[in-house]
Design a protein around this ligand. Structure first.
Ligand SMILES: C[S@@+](CC[C@H](N)C(=O)[O-])C[C@H]1O[C@@H](n2cnc3c(N)ncnc32)[C@H](O)[C@@H]1O
Length: 221
């Protein structure tokens, strides 16, 4: 586990409640925009996950308030939501979801899943972390299972990585580690591990290129 992620995890553990509150505050600034973003994400999740039989087991890494996990459950899947901070776990439990305190770099999967979902979490990992994580997830997927995630695109940034505490409504009172990846460097790791890129697009930001969005498939003969 990188020092960068370890330190960021400590910040989330101490400040998960601030993260939850600032998220609500941010959405309230422009409710229409927040609702539109949520609907677009839900459309994306539904389109990609619906190829899996209902009741399939799906695991989410870094669920925070659990709203994405709740949506996936509403589509008819058996969902396990997870995060590293107890205050996130409490929030997830309030939604009636199965939950587990799970650090993707420290803990081991104890079962196999049809899909694993990880949204806006790769921003907090180094390249070495990502190499470990992509392999670990591959091993935890059933054959034909999906790994759905996004990462921030290096191409529209001026640096590879930085420590940030936003001054606006996302302010948390402590800097978190942010890492940006090029499509090329992610694709190299993805192919090396053995995934098939089932779906890919860029989205967000001014040129619709802030995020690299992947749906990977484990295909073993
Ligand atoms: C920017 S938030 C995104 C939360 C949520 N997925 C969303 O899209 O709203 C990043 C999340 O990653 C989690 N996280 C960071 N490092 C992690 C690790 N090593 N294992 C599991 N979760 C981690 C944090 O606790 C936090 O919930």
């Amino acid at each position: 586990m990188s020092k960068e992620n370890e330190k960021t995890v400590e910040i989330y553990k101490q400040k998960a409640n601030i993260y939850l509150a600032t998220g609500i505050k941010h959405d309230k600034l422009n409710l229409d925009k927040a609702n539109h973003k949520r609907e677009e994400l839900q459309k994306f999740i539904k389109t990609n996950i619906e190829i899996l039989p209902k009741k399939s087991k799906i695991f989410e890494i870094g669920s925070a308030d659990g709203s994405n996990a709740k949506y996936i459950e509403s589509l008819g899947y058996q969902v396990t939501a997870s995060d590293i901070a107890e205050d996130f776990i409490k929030e997830i439990n309030k939604k009636g979801l199965n939950s587990i305190n799970f650090n993707i770099l420290k803990d081991e999967f104890t079962e196999k899943y049809s899909a694993i979902f990880c949204w806006r979490v790769f921003v907090h990992f180094t390249k070495e972390d990502i190499e470990i994580i992509l392999q670990k997830i591959y091993d935890a997927l059933e054959n034909n299972g999906l790994f759905i995630f996004n990462a921030m695109n290096r191409e529209i940034r001026t640096v590879d990585e930085e420590w940030v505490d936003f001054s606006n409504e996302y302010h948390m009172g402590a800097e978190r580690y942010f890492k940006y990846f090029t499509e090329k460097e992610l694709n190299e790791i993805i192919v090396k591990v053995g995934y098939q890129i089932y779906n890919f697009h860029k989205e967000g930001g001014e040129n619709n290129s802030k995020w690299l969005v992947y749906v990977l498939k484990k295909c073993e003969n």
